[in-house]
Design a protein around this ligand. Sequence first.
Ligand SMILES: Cc1cc2nc3c(=O)[nH]c(=O)nc-3n(C[C@H](O)[C@H](O)[C@H](O)COP(=O)(O)OP(=O)(O)OC[C@H]3O[C@@H](n4cnc5c(N)ncnc54)[C@H](O)[C@@H]3O)c2cc1C
Length: 395
Amino acid sequence: MNSEMSVIVVGAGLAGLVAAARLAQAGAKVRVFERGARPGGRAKSVTHDGVTVNLGPHALYRQGAGMPILQRLGVKPQGARPPNDGWLCKDGRLMALPGGLGSFLSTEALSHRGRLGLIGALASPIRPQGDVGAWLDGLPEDAAALLRALLRVTSYAHPVERLPAALMLGQLRAGLGGGVLYLDGGWQRLVDTLRDLAVAAGAEIQTGVEVSGLAPGGVMTEAGPQRADAVVLAVPPPSLRRLGLDVPHSRPVRAACLDLVLGRLPVPERRFVLGLDAPRYLSEHGSVAKLGGVVLHVMEYLAPDAPTAGIEAGLEAWLDSVQPGWRAELRHRAYAPALIVQHSQPGERLHITAPEGVFIASDGQNDALMADGVILAGAEAADAAIRQGARRIAA
Ligand SMILES: Cc1cc2nc3c(=O)[nH]c(=O)nc-3n(C[C@H](O)[C@H](O)[C@H](O)COP(=O)(O)OP(=O)(O)OC[C@H]3O[C@@H](n4cnc5c(N)ncnc54)[C@H](O)[C@@H]3O)c2cc1C
């Protein structure tokens, strides 16, 4: 690697920090421009009276595409696996979420036919063709409803019917098999660790600097043109458009998130609940990861174009039934009506033609989902920039 090669990375979310750390560790001279006051993007966390809260519920896939990339950079994500069991909610009634053989056999959520259907769908060695709708078609409705809830929780996508079945099943198996980690210190710790690794390898990270466009041989900032041998754009699709790139229209994965800090959980055994008849999620993260207190995430998965009016009240009413008494325990509350988890649906690729020397690390660049997708995109963009540098030396 040419130690003289210079690279500008735009954006200090996970994708940009992974790219920056990888490039700097390979010997490039790296400058990162982040318009926010601190690195993190959608992976940032906030701290209230010593309790750390992520921006909506975040879980890192232990067997996802991102984990080996993080480990190779020197990150060892610390955290814990949430228990497999929990509850399913239908018509205001709670039923056991099958997390093991006992609850699988006893849950009221599944009929005998539903149990057999679920086993058939999950254990079949045949890769499902087509979309989820076709895959679920013919399954007993109770098995299909449970699978929909599980596919939602592992992808955050809703509705799932038109999504590619093989991809969605692969993600579900990764969630059920390898499981996920709730991260100690929130996702901000992952962000900070990546930042520290990038800086330790020589990268310079400038916050409060917005890149307004591409310039010949670099980018434009308020301070004028900034030059480099390569540019990595680690920003979401709307920001890519503002920078002048032609980015196809996509359908975002969105969620309405109610993030709460409570003094205690009123009904401690109800830590994890998935809606069966409504696309809803509830999970208490602070008893699994070290966050400094009780952190309850309540969320509604949103269809790409769905209106958001009335959802907050619906989530609170749901919480009243699942965790009666939560209002008296409230220490902190934040509601976001429509956060963008991913700017494209699972399997929806965004083909973007970038000028020579410009590399894209963003949503929709590969088939990995959510953070796994952008971590992979960040690593691949860095590798492409490194290859470009190597070709120049060879030439
Ligand atoms: C509610 C919610 C829940 C989620 N849950 C999970 C989960 O459980 N598991 C999982 O794997 N993933 C999850 N994700 C997804 C995960 O958070 C994202 O995939 C990841 O954080 C995206 O990182 P990024 O670097 O690609 O983009 P971003 O985080 O959006 O970072 C882009 C950065 O670029 C900066 N920027 C933009 N334009 C410019 C510019 N012109 N100049 C300078 N800087 C610029 C922004 O300020 C930002 O900091 C969730 C996301 C949300 C919103």
